[in-house]
Write a protein that binds this ligand. Structure first.
Ligand code: FES
Length: 81
């Protein structure tokens, strides 16, 4: 099982981390990945000034925004799946 962690810290919440959770749930469903990838909440990842905090299998993604999140997660998942 692979893991996507999404920061639930206050800075990320303001930037839309709850919306990101919904986008990722849809992405996993559309790609039939729900049995292979789990979503988890996590504390601040030190990305507050740069973007949304997201890790894929422990690897921190850089510069994540609501608009590029799916693309970046997709690339990261392709490396591990
Ligand atoms: S609050 Fe999300 S990275 Fe800091």
């Amino acid at each position: 099982m692979h893991t996507i962690e999404i920061c639930v810290g206050s800075s990320c919440f303001v930037k839309g981390s709850n919306e990101l959770v919904e986008l990722l749930k849809n992405y996993l469903a559309e790609n039939h990945l729900e049995d292979k990838v789990q979503l988890k909440g996590a504390f601040c990842m030190g990305q507050c000034a740069k973007g949304l905090g997201v890790r894929v299998d422990g690897k921190l993604l850089e510069g994540v925004t609501i608009s590029n999140a799916i693309e970046l997660v997709d690339l990261a998942l392709n490396e591990v799946l």
